[in-house]
Design a protein around this ligand. Structure first.
Ligand code: BG6
Length: 489
């Protein structure tokens, strides 16, 4: 049971923006339903709008009605609305931070700042808070991607924030770390001897990580076109999943030890550069197509598009690690927009049994798989072989699947990643957040890939129709290694 948190003043910069409206305010409402917020906690919306307190409360209610999965219950809403305050602020002007300070000095609550604003406004916030001494420990600050577009720009943000805040005050969100199935990876790996003892290159053949999205660019063309799927999804979410799968057992479950193990994995990623870019990566872009019977435009015809963009909306990467535990075990990552279905899973494929005792009846024994599904219907599944039941040949085998009932459990405890992550910040626990070194190491590995794509003329963008599973080159890449993508059933 998660304990009720300490009393906080949560300041949301950018309270009018998409992130606050779609995710943060509904998450706070859910935490209120679950009684997880301290009675004296206050929520201070900060933004440029000239709203009165009443107007702000109405705007928050509208956002919750629109974006929360929960029905509005008047009692709960009254509790939440009594916490709400609005502070009109122009983050580029120091005088406004003095106004904020007056509000914050009304209590002794721990202060949490959520920078739900574009990164171009981050530094003004760090400086503004610093100038009026609102940055001292134990205040906490939350920032979220894009944290740079390359190592250099990421370092710049980290340098700027570290002038005013200690690393122990900084919470860098990767919302995948708040997902139930990702958290489950830790318990699965480190609480079960069955998996713990079989988690290495002697037993595991390869690993597949797929994050497939149905949605396209959702009116974010300019943002997305500067990023592409590699920076938008691989640099953060997929690499985080990879590190949790590959990391060694931490000394304990403190953030320091977990993050240290993850950093070791990021440092062990084998370089992909101009020499091997064509064999290790496939990148694609969607053309028009159909998703669930509805026609959708190509990437180049989306709202606001520039018709000659070479930005990838799909990427597949074969990742190798240079450490003893994973030597010879490739991690195949793939993710794309406008694919056939929203579907994400991690597939651990075990090695073939060396001697097939059943060969007279079963020529090929299929490999065991452990499948951790994130979407749809979170689940853990094990594929194995068993005897075909009945009066058949006793050595005739069939594939069988054993599934956990996480999705049924989840109906009772449905927690969104932002609910969990906000709660963790309120508790001051950093293990579900990304530290400076992690994020910089991941950019160190991503930058040469992006540069190699730019500089290798032979590396062409593969087109795929929206509503399919992406470019056929990604299938060919894994098939060349004598493997196949796990088929979602
Ligand atoms: C975000 C990306 O970080 O993650 C989006 O910017 C992407 O482009 C989203 O659609 C996917 O998140 P989820 O939780 O829906 O898998």
């Amino acid at each position: 049971m998660i304990k009720i948190t300490q009393a906080c003043d949560l300041v949301i910069f950018g309270t009018k923006g998409d992130l606050a409206q779609r995710k943060l305010l509904p998450a706070l409402y859910k935490l209120e339903i679950l009684n997880k917020i301290h009675p004296n906690t206050r929520i201070i919306g900060a933004g440029r709008a000239d709203w009165t307190q009443d107007e702000y409360i109405k705007i928050v209610k509208t956002a919750i009605k629109k974006f929360s999965k929960e029905n509005i219950d008047e009692n709960t809403w009254n509790k939440l609305s009594s916490r709400l305050h609005f502070c009109n602020i122009d983050v580029f002007k120091e005088v406004f931070f003095k106004k904020l300070k007056k509000i914050l000095h009304q209590t002794k609550n721990t202060i949490i700042y959520y920078c739900a604003v574009p990164p171009s406004a981050f530094n003004a916030i760090f400086q503004g808070l610093g100038k009026v001494n609102l940055n001292s420990f134990p205040s906490r600050i939350i920032i979220e991607k894009p944290l740079g577009v390359c190592l250099k720009t990421c370092k710049k943000i980290n340098d700027q924030i570290s002038k005013y805040f200690l690393e122990s005050q900084i919470f860098r969100i990767d919302h995948y770390l708040g997902k139930e199935s990702i958290l489950n990876l830790l318990s699965l790996r480190f609480a079960n001897a069955l998996f713990f003892n079989n988690w290495n290159n002697k037993i595991i053949d390869h690993i597949q990580i797929t994050v497939s999205e149905e949605i396209g660019i959702e009116n974010r063309w300019n943002y997305f076109d500067d990023m592409g799927q590699t920076k938008d999804m691989v640099q953060n979410h997929l690499l985080q999943i990879l590190t949790i799968i590959a990391m060694d057992q931490p000394k304990d479950i403190s953030s320091k030890h977990i993050q240290n193990e993850k950093i070791k994995i990021l440092r062990a990623l084998k370089n992909i550069n101009i020499e091997n870019i064509n064999t290790k990566t496939v990148r694609g872009q969607y053309t028009e197509g159909n998703i669930h019977g509805k026609k959708v435009p190509s990437y180049l015809e989306e709202n606001g598009a520039n018709s000659i963009s070479q930005t990838e909306t799909y990427v597949c990467i074969k990742v190798d690690l240079k450490n003893d535990q994973w030597f010879g075990v490739p991690f195949y990552l793939r993710t794309g927009k406008r694919l056939a279905q929203k579907y994400s899973e991690i597939v651990i494929v075990f090695k073939k049994i060396p001697i097939n005792l059943f060969k007279d009846y079963n020529h090929n024994l299929s490999q065991n798989k452990l499948i951790i599904r994130l979407d749809p219907n979170e689940n853990i599944q094990i594929d194995f072989l068993k005897k075909l039941s009945g009066l058949n040949e006793i050595y005739q085998l069939k594939n069988e699947t054993m599934q956990s009932n996480l999705s049924i459990e989840k109906q009772h405890h449905q927690i969104d990643a932002y609910e969990r992550l906000l709660l963790e910040v309120m508790k001051g626990a950093q293990s579900l957040f990304v530290c400076r070194e992690e994020i910089e190491e991941s950019w160190k590995w991503i930058d040469p890939i992006i540069n190699a794509w730019k500089n290798n003329k032979k590396n062409t963008l593969q087109l795929y129709a929206a509503g399919t599973w992406g470019p056929k080159h990604a299938d060919e890449m894994i098939m060349k290694d004598g493997r196949n993508w796990h088929k979602f059933r």
